[in-house]
Design a protein around this ligand. Structure first.
Ligand SMILES: *Cc1c(COP(=O)(O)O)cnc(C)c1O
Length: 430
């Protein structure tokens, strides 16, 4: 354990006097894993460097947008060129059409897509649309599903809140929280009960079809197909929040991989390639209810921002052209295989393509939030700093997943697996 982190510590002290908790998004504060955050100076490909000059292999990759790795040359060049032509117009430009075209090419079941500036904003828009379209009030979400920090969604939300041990956020009007119903994942009976009691007033189900914000809780295909069916039965909309999974496992959505179609798909992260872009996609009859055509209002000064859109276009074009998905899947498998080979007790990795979740317990990995083993979480926390000192930057919470990018190599993932093995004794409680 010998990395000098003096400058990071100094900066954090400074930041705490100016920024609430020193951070602009709570998980960055390292509360769960203890200690204080490291401050990034620069990043390239799979590597990041902190302000003390330490280099890490980065398995957080800005929480998912950077499927091509940090500062990918084509994305950086697209951003540079767009910036030189003006940072924002607040008016129409060709890039908006190109990005919409790329997204709809990947979601051929949809007709329209509107760009916004974050995943949260996209969720907000999707929910307002669903309520406007159905004329109903209630939305059903799942325990452990994270859909950004929109008021109505901060009910049993994901990792940030679990990490901070806040069951609910204060400041959310009770009347709004009451419009959100919460069911456990992987439980058809619970969902049916809720629909039998409230079905006539449920506008939509919103779910991450591949829940990846509270561990990686891979759902049974049958469960997702059941949600599709029950929405049909009760004339509610199915919203897939694919902010993480969109363009992550294929050029398109996770729903397509499992053959379950949603009425509205919410996108973010990868569609902005590291810039603040989100999007809502759906059929014309739903999407055309948005202003100016319809009376569901939604707007944004920086929506469709030319620089953000340029990063998204460059990222999606590279994905379409290179189709890196098989290679990314193989990289993930390489990590899982290396760990399995080592035959370590109570060390497992859950994988979905280029998303990995280290689950440090011997019990079967969970499919629902309340089945996550606290032992696994505690063990991860104890392993966190030894791994950081070994040169691996992981998301600083046991509930968060690792993201692989096209910049990572087999060597990178094997080194991480070996470091887990080497430091495993640190997992045990002192
Ligand atoms: C990250 C995320 C969001 C929120 O996106 P922001 O850009 O952080 O507002 C919403 N839903 C899911 C599934 C996410 O992973």
């Amino acid at each position: 354990m010998g990395r000098e982190m003096t400058r990071s510590k100094q900066l954090y002290e400074q930041a705490r006097k100016l920024i609430p908790g020193g951070v602009n998004s709570p998980v960055r504060a390292f509360r769960k894993v203890g200690g204080s955050p490291i401050y990034f100076r620069e990043a390239s490909g799979s590597r990041c460097t902190d302000v003390d000059g330490n280099c890490y292999v980065d398995f957080c990759q800005s929480w998912g947008p950077l499927i091509l790795g940090h500062a990918h040359p084509e994305v950086v060049e697209a951003v540079r060129a767009a910036a030189a032509r003006g940072l924002s117009y607040g008016a129409c430009h060709e890039g908006e059409i190109e990005l919409a075209g790329l997204i709809l090419e990947a979601f051929p079941e949809h007709d329209r897509v509107r760009a916004v500036s974050s995943g949260t904003e996209a969720v907000m828009t999707a929910l307002r649309l669903a309520r406007g379209y159905t004329g109903r009030q209630l939305v059903l979400k799942f325990d452990g599903g994270y859909h950004g920090h929109y008021d109505g969604m901060l009910v049993k939300a994901g990792s940030g809140l679990v990490t901070e041990a806040i069951a609910d956020s204060r400041g959310v009007p009770g009347a709004l929280a009451e419009t959100t119903l919460v069911a456990p994942l992987d439980d058809e009976t619970a969902v049916r009960k809720i629909f039998e009691a409230h079905g006539q007033n449920i506008a939509a189900i919103i779910i991450e079809p591949l829940p990846a914000n509270n561990g990686l809780l891979v759902q049974r295909r049958e469960f997702l197909a059941f949600l599709r069916e029950i929405c049909r039965e009760f004339d509610a909309l199915l919203i897939f929040d694919e902010v993480i999974s969109g363009f992550r496992l294929k050029f398109g959505g996770y729903g397509q991989m499992v053959g379950v179609g949603a009425d509205i798909v919410v996108l973010g992260k990868i569609v902005g390639g590291g810039m603040p872009v989100g999007a809502v996609s759906g059929r014309a009859e739903i999407m055309d209810m948005l202003a100016p055509l319809g009376d569901v209002y939604q707007a944004g000064t920086l929506s469709g921002n030319p620089v953000g859109v340029a990063a998204g276009i460059a990222t999606l074009k590279a994905l379409r052209h290179n189709q890196p998905y098989e290679r990314l899947q193989a990289l993930g498998r390489c990590f899982v295989g290396r760990l399995a080979e080592a035959g370590l007790p109570a060390v497992q990795a859950v994988q979905a393509g280029s998303i990995l979740w280290l689950y440090l317990d011997a019990v079967t990995p969970p499919r629902r939030a309340d089945a996550i083993s606290s032992r696994a979480m505690a063990r991860f926390n104890r392993l966190y700093w030894p791994l950081l000192h070994s040169g691996f930057y992981l998301p600083p919470s046991p509930y968060e997943v690792f993201f692989l990018s096209t910049a990572h190599t087999e060597g990178d993932v094997e080194d991480l697996a070996d470091a887990v093995q080497r430091n495993l004794s640190e997992c045990e409680a002192p």
